[in-house]
Design a binder for this molecule. Structure first.
Ligand SMILES: [Fe+2]
Length: 391
């Protein structure tokens, strides 16, 4: 953990049931006339976007331009098309409604509107130099945390990998966390995106760049997810989903300031090669990377176990408690019916390529324990050897 650090949160967070009705007021207060709504077709079909456009109409925005071409693991070509759409519409603000894909696409569109060129020009940390148009983000999943981070992950379709674009200048100005927008979220999506949030919290808490504030947020998010994820997926209490919406944001504040680690290095490799949904890819690999990492920071992983409510840790050594955190995540995966690496379509002949892509990820040095291609190879091999998550 670092004692010399800088912590940023450029986003104002507004949270509450029905708070999406305030979005129009926020746009009007800043003199915005032509917001472009960035989303996906699934949310239009689910009626979520109708809620947003109806409330915007009441606030003086009767006709909203909508870019609804966002896909999972969003592509550079989609960002470019969205930018053309924004330019054609004369957009002066961006409103992202959706999961991480919509929010990251909107960030990318904003980058191009502000600075021109291609999204690839901005790959890495600190390449963005112009402030993007006002971006409002309203998450409709319980995982990404993108509403409070200054990162966008976009697929480079020429070289077929996921690039990261990082800058405080791309952070949303406002995040609206509204449980009304996740009412129709299918249980399988809550499970997958919730595991993404847990991965953010665990990786952010144990990252080499972690510091006191990211520790506080990470540990709190782990505990909140441990208490609420299963109820949000299987239970009837709407409060559990609401809590997951908050927990995923808190996890976003954590990893947005520290970093992610080896699990995301592998999940982004899987996403780029197979288009595996991001949350599923993280859930599949999380126990394996934790097993590799836990002895490098037993104190922190023991606290992860406690935050996840590990059973029977009284009398265990710190080392044994750290290992209990891995078992907790394995059990959670089993309870959530997370598939195995083979079941998501990974092929033995691709393992070398997956390990190479993981090892060249921008976040590889943030992993708790030093890791490189050989270690990723061995982690992928043991995951391939396993069936569905063990109890
Ligand atoms: Fe993630």
């Amino acid at each position: 953990m670092l004692n010399n650090f800088e912590f940023m949160l450029p986003t104002t967070i507004r949270c509450g049931r029905g708070i999406h009705r305030e979005i129009g007021k926020e746009l009007a207060a800043r003199g915005k006339k032509k917001p472009l709504l960035v989303t996906d077709k699934g949310l239009i079909a689910a009626g979520v976007i109708d809620k947003i456009t109806a409330s915007l109409a009441e606030s003086g925005y009767p006709h909203i331009d909508i870019f609804d071409e966002v896909e999972p693991n969003p592509r550079d070509t989609t960002v470019h098309r969205g930018c053309e759409r924004a330019r054609a519409a004369g957009a002066d603000a961006l409103l992202a409604v959706g999961g991480g894909s919509s929010m990251d696409t909107a960030k990318g569109i904003g980058v191009l509107l502000a600075g021109g060129g291609a999204i690839k020009d901005y790959e890495g940390l600190g390449k963005v130099t112009a402030e993007i148009p006002m971006l409002i983000a309203a998450p409709t999943t319980v995982g990404t945390g993108s509403e409070v981070t200054f990162w966008a992950v976009i697929k480079d379709t020429k070289e077929n990998y996921k690039m990261s674009i990082g800058s405080p200048l791309i952070a949303p100005k406002l995040a609206f966390l509204d449980a009304d927008l996740i009412e129709t979220l299918p249980p399988a999506v809550i499970a997958a995106t919730g595991m993404d949030a847990l991965t953010h919290a665990i990786e952010g808490y144990t990252a080499t760049l972690s510091e006191p504030l990211t520790d506080a947020c990470g540990l709190y998010a782990i505990e909140m997810i441990g208490k609420n994820l299963l109820s949000a997926v299987y239970g009837a209490d709407p409060k559990a989903k609401e809590n997951m919406l908050i927990a995923s944001m808190v996890a976003g504040v954590c990893f947005g300031n520290s970093d992610i680690g080896g699990c995301h290095c592998m999940s982004e490799a899987l996403g780029s090669l197979y288009d595996t949904p991001h949350g599923i890819a993280n859930a599949v690999m999380l126990p394996y990377i934790m097993e590799y990492n836990c002895l490098a920071d037993t104190a922190k992983f023991a606290r992860v176990a406690a935050a996840l409510g590990a059973r029977d840790t009284a009398g265990l050594s710190e080392r044994e408690s750290a290992r209990a955190a891995v078992d907790c995540v394995r059990r959670l995966n089993q309870d959530l019916a997370i598939p195995s690496l083979r079941e998501i379509g990974a092929k033995a002949e691709d393992i070398d390529e997956l390990a190479m892509r993981s090892a060249t990820n921008v976040s590889v040095d943030s992993n708790t324990r030093k890791i490189g291609k050989a270690e990723f190879l061995s982690i992928f091999r043991s995951a391939m050897a396993d069936g569905p998550p063990r109890a």
